[in-house]
Design a protein around this ligand. Sequence first.
Ligand code: OGA
Ligand code: MN
Length: 197
Amino acid sequence: MNIAEIAAQLEHNGYIILDKPLPDALSAQLLMRCHDDGSGRFHAASIGRGAEKQQIGSIRGDIINWLDANNRVDRAYLAWMEELRLGLNAALFLGLFDFECHYAIYGAGTGYAKHSDVLRGKRNRILSTILYLNEDWQPGDGGELVLFDPTGESVLATVTPTFGKMVIFLSESFPHEVLTSHTTRRSIAGWFRASGS
Ligand code: OGA
Ligand code: MN
């Protein structure tokens, strides 16, 4: 699918699920980077910002590592997302200013309770992106992303986190949840942001 089609679906639905937008070889290299080798690259994710920042494993159980522009593999993903950023800006005038993303590893028994990616008082996350990196995902492994409609009442999509799949959605419009994963679940979560605030 080309960027114009992605833009058209985002404009129409506010979200899109892409089967395998990246070359498999790049996803495979990203998967190799999404492992905790004990060096301290990964740390427990937290919720909120500043004084409201907290770590509550019962809400969010992943460990994360922000991508590093000095790493060749991370740079390849950032470059691919930069192409997407420019294409979406040209098509949709979203004013996407930059992109930030982190690897995320959910251990067995963890998930992420229903939430919005836009923090109170911080409205600069425009589009959320998740790339899934699970090669042997089986039905019953859990860890699905559940995307709700803007009221948070009804489920729009339940997404299995299979290798190479990417989900993109308007950060402010769609509450979402990661169901408890019964096995290790790997992904890259990212946000296209507007400048300011
Ligand atoms: C997040 C998030 C969803 C997923 O990191 O904010 O909602 O499917 N991730 O990993
Ligand atoms: Mn989220």
